[in-house]
Write a protein that binds this ligand. Structure first.
Ligand SMILES: [Zn+2]
Length: 470
């Protein structure tokens, strides 16, 4: 009886601790979770990291029991699984120094991780120099012969290393110019699907006209019809970026930003299936450690043989380890289910642009996953996703309805032949099924840095001379 009375509040405590811990684990970014796990591993001998099992046919590490998600994909559902953090992939031969802290990763580190293993010592030192020379956009500001002169290296060898860099992710990185970066991206896209007619030609010779929306001129010089040019322009806008390096740090941000979060990698990556591009997406959610955390069975066995205060002391560690293991599984399970829902709900956005963002609220997703809305908010916080086009976006973006509307406002203004008033924009949005107030349009316009009608009208009349004959 006495034992029962003592045990009961203890169980309650564990349950509460359990709930709070699952909740707070969800809130952590992968790097924070990694740090927390490492300190738990250091202070608790009952907790250990082991190599995950691997799939017998594709050798992919399996973080959870059951069949390999890639070899046995579910039907008509996104393929979602926990996978090895990308920073470890390049050196997965060394397993002795597990676990490893996820350091903020720079673009240079990210690239070196990809090419390092195939280079010899001399090539690696050339690579180090070249990677340090990349500008904020990920482009190479000097031709290979200049680097070769500086390094006293063979120009052929420098060229070879530069080509290796140019084959890395994000595509286009290491290119000598914007045009070259775009052409490299096209070649990498062409491997996975077709590229519309005219895309290469527009990039090679008509970027300036494209920037000014002079579709008619482009069509004339390339002997294409206007629809084809528009299709090519849309393809370029959706799939290519002139700033491949920025795609790595997040859209529109440069290395000089003071936000350290930008340097960290994404928590999850969305991809299309190479052999089934129209099929469900593949989502990799990165595990916080490259190994799998578990309670050490020998330690647990050993504690059972102890008695008295000794046993109580170590048993507490076992309990704590079991709790950590359980909470970690639960929070990862929530993250996987969230990722799966996002892949289904926002597929068009993931593969396309902000404009394809579907209005989705945290409450809606919470109902679908049968969790509390605050759980979704926690799971979303501090986390970012890598999209197939190389963009890294906060997961909160998947829920940002204003973004798609702002994008629509921006596109209406960029298509206007004469400056439209905010009221006219409201009615155009209305026709597209978006009902917002005039002052909301004014607010979004300001956020997008679009001038009011009167000032845009002045701009239009300046351009009018050039267009008089068109
Ligand atoms: Zn497999």
């Amino acid at each position: 009886m006495a034992i029962l009375q003592r045990a009961q509040p203890r169980i309650r405590q564990v349950t509460t601790a359990h709930l709070t811990q699952t909740m707070s684990l969800l809130e952590l970014s992968r790097a924070e979770l990694n740090e927390w796990l490492n300190s738990s591993l250091a202070s608790n001998p009952a907790l250990e990291v082991v190599e995950p099992e691997t799939c017998p046919s594709c050798h992919r590490p399996l973080y959870h029991s059951g069949l390999c998600p890639m070899c046995h994909p579910p039907k008509d559902e996104p393929i979602v699984f926990l996978s090895t953090p990308p920073s470890r992939r390049s050196s997965n031969e060394e397993t002795d120094n597990l676990p490893e802290v996820a350091q903020p990763v720079t673009l240079a580190d990210h690239l070196m991780g990809q090419i390092g293993p195939e280079l010899n010592a001399e090539e690696r030192s050339i690579a180090q120099y070249l990677l340090a020379r990349l500008d904020d956009n990920g482009l190479m500001p000097e031709p290979p012969f200049e680097s070769a002169r500086f390094l006293h290296a063979s120009p052929a060898l420098v060229e070879k290393v530069l080509h290796a860099i140019q084959r890395c992710d994000p595509p286009g990185v290491g290119a000598l110019s914007t045009v070259e970066a775009l052409l490299i991206q096209i070649e990498s896209l062409a491997e996975n699907g077709s590229v519309p007619a005219g895309v290469r030609e527009i990039i090679a010779g008509h970027l300036e006209e494209l920037a000014h929306g002079e579709f008619a001129n482009i069509a004339k010089s390339l002997h294409l019809n206007r629809e084809a040019v528009e299709e090519a322009a849309h393809f370029i806008k959706v799939n290519l970026t002139p700033y491949p390096g920025r795609a790595f740090y997040g859209a529109g941000t440069s290395r000089s930003s003071s936000d350290p979060d930008l340097y960290r990698e994404a928590e999850m990556t969305f991809r299309v299936q190479p052999n089934n591009p129209t099929g469900p997406l593949i989502v990799e959610v990165y595990a916080p450690l490259s190994g799998r955390v578990r309670v050490n069975p020998e330690f647990r066995q050993m504690v059972r043989t102890l008695t008295g205060a000794e046993r109580e002391k170590w048993n507490e560690k076992v309990e704590e380890a079991l709790l950590i293991d359980k909470c970690l599984r639960q929070s990862q399970n929530t993250l996987l289910r969230l990722a799966s829902s996002l892949a289904e709900e926002q597929r068009a956005f993931i593969l396309g642009t902000d404009r394809e963002l579907r209005p989705l609220t945290r409450a809606e997703l919470a109902r679908r996953l049968e969790v509390h809305e605050s759980t979704i908010s926690r799971a979303v916080s501090n986390k970012r996703a890598a999209l197939p086009n190389g963009r890294i976006v906060p997961i909160a973006r998947f829920f940002d309805r204003s973004l798609s509307v702002r994008d629509m406002v921006r596109s209406i203004v960029s298509d206007e032949s004469k400056a439209l008033s905010d009221t006219e924009i409201v009615s155009l949005l209305d026709k597209q099924g978006v009902h917002i107030a005039r002052r909301t349009v004014a607010k979004y316009r300001a956020m997008e840095g679009i001038l009011p009608m009167s000032l845009r009208r002045a701009q239009h009349s300046q351009h009018a001379h050039g267009r008089a004959t068109a």
